[in-house]
Design a binder for this molecule. Structure first.
Ligand code: ATP
Ligand code: MG
Length: 275
């Protein structure tokens, strides 16, 4: 098993549970708490927040958890789906999303992979992205109408986002969702092991220790591949197998860590620039 180290614990950030609570509380504050006091003190409700971090580290999962736990109307939109529409259609679709959200308020709009639609207007122009960003900015600025609509967005390419989207008063709160820490990996592994016929030599704690530096999606993939390795054993030996430690060793050797130290550094630098 690889011994590549990821030195900074800080890069893991808060736990998924904490992040989910933070998102939920931010939305709840916007919707319910102290409305008259907020008006008296001149506080604008927060319009939304952006989850950023490496691929496969549960940003989408967190947003979905917020939706189910908050019990609010939830409109999910994938950035790429909007951008792939005909010229002019994407802008109309963005306005329609906000219209629906207002009609169904209190509600949460979730723009997953927002980088596809919110790419910097200064950068290389993607198909129609300039107008989509402008439409998005206009909708976010429609402050009166935005009451009781909370925007959650996720991206693994925060550096490509148009800074105007993140300006104070818009999506000005960003939350880092990093690689899963030991506890998070243990949770994923226990959850997967619960669905597998496993051998006595399997130790979830050891596996969690051996999967440092893998994303959540990669940890899940290791569990899948271990299952396949056991099946292959069974087919070649003709003997019924359980998933054992050796199968996990094969699987861990097969799955590469997709998130590099350089990538983590990039996220850290981007986050540091915003604080
Ligand atoms: N903490 C976790 N608990 C359980 N499963 C996890 C966890 N983190 C990641 N996974 C697994 O990884 C998959 C990918 O996670 P998710 O789609 O939320 O990542 P993401 O951060 O949105 O990635 P991307 O930036 O590529 O969209 C999930 O569907 C799930 O199977
Ligand atoms: Mg995602």
């Amino acid at each position: 098993m690889s011994s590549r180290r990821f030195s900074s614990r800080r890069l893991n950030g808060p736990s998924r549970h904490d992040l989910t609570s933070t998102c939920r509380e931010a939305a709840a504050l916007t919707f319910y708490q102290h409305p008259t006091e907020m008006v008296r003190l001149g506080i604008e409700p927060r319009k939304g927040l952006v989850l950023y971090g490496p691929s496969g580290c549960s940003k989408t999962l967190i947003a979905k958890a917020v939706a189910t736990e908050a019990g609010l109307n939830f409109i999910a939109v994938k950035g790429a789906e909007l951008v792939s529409m005909y010229v002019g259609e994407s802008e109309r679709a963005v306005r329609e999303v906000f219209r629906k959200a207002r009609a169904a308020s209190p509600s949460i709009i979730f723009f997953d992979e927002i980088d596809a639609m919110g790419a910097s207007r200064a950068g290389p122009t993607q198909h129609g992205s300039l107008n989509i960003v402008t439409t998005l900015l206009n909708e976010l600025d429609g402050i009166e109408l935005l009451k009781r609509v909370f925007v959650l967005a996720a991206t693994n390419r925060p550096e490509t986002l148009d800074p105007a989207l993140l300006r104070p008063g818009r999506l000005d709160t960003v939350l880092y969702v990093g690689l899963p820490d030991f506890e998070a990996r243990l949770e994923i592994i226990k959850m997967r092991l619960g669905k597998m016929a496993i051998d006595d030599d399997i130790d979830a704690v050891l596996l969690a220790g051996a999967t440092e530096g893998y994303s959540g999606a990669e940890v899940v993939s290791i569990c899948h591949k271990a299952g396949y390795a056991a099946l292959e054993d069974q087919v070649s030996s003709g003997i019924r197998q359980r998933v054992g430690r050796k199968h996990f060793e094969i699987a861990t050797a097969e799955v590469q860590r997709g998130v590099t130290a350089e990538m983590l550094q990039m996220y850290e630098n981007w986050g540091a620039k915003r604080t």
